[in-house]
Design a protein around this ligand. Structure first.
Ligand SMILES: [Zn+2]
Ligand SMILES: [Zn+2]
Length: 306
């Protein structure tokens, strides 16, 4: 009887160390995934200039082709700009914040990370791949080789947005401007049709996958949540419902205010400014986050997030 807890604890520690190793090995895999993503985008650009641009010149003239080139380069620039900034911008972590400031940010909830040996403010989560507590962590992205959190989430969203527009544009031009791209039996298809066909299938598949992912993140932004917080919030809402109360997310400032806060855009042009490339550091500190004032609501009806 006395031996089973020891065996169990040994098994647990073996599993924990195995999981730690698997998670740490992700770090070595990520550069290859980033290179693969960049390589596929560059292959698409090459195919576009080799097969599509000459066809547009032939069909519609040089001016129309120039418009296509400017538009495609704008999309390409934004994809790489946001990918680079998402990869190389620190999402913000608790080791970069003074311990006293963390303590003040946790006025209504004290959370402690044993691995970082530091306080964990609201919406911060420990990433086992990065081995640190990331501020307002959304998720760890292997395609960005970085955690996505407070300071780089907007770059991640803009990358998704431009990939979404870019892959739709890419699929459309192969279909509309390369004659016989879908006529696989035509003589000469292997020489002139294979690459446009391959890129058409790839772009369409990427567009479909990103539609789901980008749509999901748009919904998260509009409802004032992150991917990890969504799971926490769902269980809190269910607990509150079971107790006959209503749970309110204090970080949901309203759809427009959430959008402005996420992209850090203010003033009358916010609705267009969010898509423009920027390298300005996001305002705020990632641990003292904007919240709605819940005092107006009845205490009996509301269960606040912690
Ligand atoms: Zn931690
Ligand atoms: Zn991470």
């Amino acid at each position: 009887m006395a031996r089973s807890p020891t065996i169990e604890s040994r098994c647990n520690s073996c599993m924990t160390s195995l999981m730690d190793r698997v998670e740490r090995s992700v770090k070595y895999l990520e550069p290859f995934l980033v290179a693969l993503a960049v390589g596929l985008v560059l292959l698409d650009v090459f195919t576009f200039f080799k097969y599509v641009v000459p066809e547009i010149v032939r069909q519609s003239g040089r001016i129309v082709a120039a418009v296509h080139i400017v538009w495609s380069l704008w999309l390409l620039f934004n994809v790489f700009w946001n990918q680079m900034h998402c990869t190389f911008t620190s999402p913000g972590n608790t080791l970069e914040v003074h311990q006293e400031a963390l303590q003040l940010a946790m006025s209504y909830d004290w959370r402690w990370c044993k691995k970082c040996n530091r306080g964990k403010p609201p919406l911060a989560h420990h990433c086992s791949v990065c081995n640190r507590c990331v501020l307002k962590m959304d998720h760890h992205c292997v395609w960005m080789a970085n955690c996505v959190g407070f300071y780089n989430y907007r770059f991640f969203l803009l990358f998704l947005f431009y990939m979404w527009v870019g892959s739709a544009y890419s699929a459309a031009v192969y279909l509309l401007h390369v004659p016989g791209v879908l006529r696989l039996d035509d003589p000469g298809w292997e020489e002139n049709g294979f690459m446009p066909f391959f890129m058409f299938v790839l772009s369409s598949s990427i567009w479909l996958a990103i539609s789901l992912l980008f749509g999901w993140h748009v919904w998260l932004v509009l409802t004032g949540q992150g991917t990890i917080d969504y799971l926490d919030n769902s269980s809190r809402a269910a607990e509150a419902r079971a107790a006959g109360r209503r749970w309110v997310n204090p970080y949901h400032l309203g759809p427009v205010a959430n959008w402005m806060e996420t992209f850090d855009v203010w003033g009358r042009w916010w609705w267009i400014a969010w898509v423009l490339p920027t390298r300005r550091r996001k305002l705020g500190n990632g641990y003292d986050l904007k919240k709605v004032d819940l005092t107006d609501l009845s205490d009996a009806a509301v269960m606040q997030a912690i």
